[in-house]
Design a protein around this ligand. Structure first.
Ligand code: FES
Length: 349
């Protein structure tokens, strides 16, 4: 089950990290990817290897809509990756340079993140009409995140994902003097889950009136948590005054490491003043998750048998079942059939 899912969108980086005319190298799903933004603001992604002699294109520069290789100056269109210029050619050469191509990836910018689509074979040209839409938070329109964080996880993405949806680690990992301050007061949680097209969700319910921090959003606040393959988790709080959302996605760098992207959105007009504090708290939480994963790796290197229990680990079990069905459906060239059934989960945390 350690396979990395393909035919999916993954976040490459937050929009704010890529200025016009700039290019960034990313390793995603084990492939070298050059993600760039043209002067007109459009984003693009292409394989970060020059087809001439293999130097990564990240060392070159952009010239209009083209990327130029620093070794011999060959130019490639950011629209389709085709070679548009080989400076060393003379009128005596009859090489058809448009047949030389750098593979490109579908690339989109949605709600403040740049997403790259990984087809089964990224070296082949794909029909854009056949690929799924980019994951988008419903009801938030073209909103930009108030804060965006990236954190590197030194583990296979599966461990990062099941850590994300694990409801039992909170009291142990996410305790600080300002949060849960060492008190491990457990209560029984009982939550209804149901399937969504490529995953499952916590059916929205109203937060208890005692949940004070949420009162910022209004007197009546509901929460919904959705997870969809390959690795997209949205936690949406809808109040009768304002709404907020935390989007977390995991992108595999390769089989042994991944990146977590977290974006926080809100419709509260004065919340901008609290960005530094929110950013600090978000990083603190993510670092707590990362630190335990680093410790976990010390045990995983011995390849121990692992276990998942009911009900606290049921979401992790669903993740592996969804992933297995996704791969089978693609191998058998048939529609995906969600294996998750509606169910109440109970755990103490
Ligand atoms: S290696 Fe890129 S142009 Fe020669």
């Amino acid at each position: 089950m350690k396979t990395l899912l393909r035919n999916c969108w993954y976040v490459a980086l937050p929009s704010q990290k890529l200025k016009p005319g700039k290019m960034v190298h990313k390793k995603m799903l084990g492939e070298p990817v050059l993600v760039g933004r043209r002067k007109d603001g459009e984003v693009f992604a292409m394989r970060d290897i020059c087809p001439h002699r293999g130097i990564p294109l990240q060392y070159g520069w952009m010239d209009g809509d083209d990327v130029c290789c620093r070794y011999h100056g060959w130019q490639f269109s950011t629209n389709d990756g085709r070679c548009s210029l080989i400076p060393s050619l003379t009128e005596y050469d009859d090489l058809d340079i448009s047949r030389i191509r750098v593979p490109t990836y579908p690339c989109r910018e949605v709600q403040g993140n740049i997403w790259v689509y990984f087809a089964e074979d990224t070296k082949k040209e794909i029909d854009l009409a056949t690929i799924p839409p980019v994951p988008t938070i419903p009801d938030f329109g073209k909103i930009e995140p108030g804060i965006s964080e990236i954190i590197h996880f030194n583990c296979h993405m599966d461990h990062a994902i099941i850590g994300l949806m694990d409801p039992a680690h909170g009291p142990y990992i996410h305790s600080s003097w300002w949060w849960r301050s060492g008190r491990r007061k457990f209560t029984v949680k009982e939550k209804l889950y149901e399937p969504v097209p490529q995953g499952f969700r916590l059916v929205p319910y109203d937060m208890p009136v005692s949940a004070r921090p949420y009162k910022i959003l209004g007197n009546k606040v509901s929460i919904e948590i959705v997870f969809e393959l390959p690795s997209v988790r949205t936690e949406i709080l809808r109040g009768d005054r304002y709404s907020a959302c935390l989007l977390t996605t995991i992108t595999p760098i390769d089989e042994t490491q991944c990146e977590a992207f977290q974006s926080m959105y809100w419709t509260i007009p004065w919340m901008g003043a609290f960005k530094p504090l929110l950013s600090f708290l978000t990083r603190k939480f993510l670092y707590q998750d990362r630190d335990v994963v680093i410790q976990q790796q010390e045990g995983l290197m011995y390849d121990p048998a692992l276990m998942l229990i009911d009900d606290a680990d049921t979401q992790a079990k669903w993740y592996f079942r969804l992933k297995q069905e996704y791969q089978k459906a693609q191998a058998e060239n048939r529609p995906f059939k969600n294996p998750v059934e509606p169910r109440i989960l109970r755990w103490r945390s």
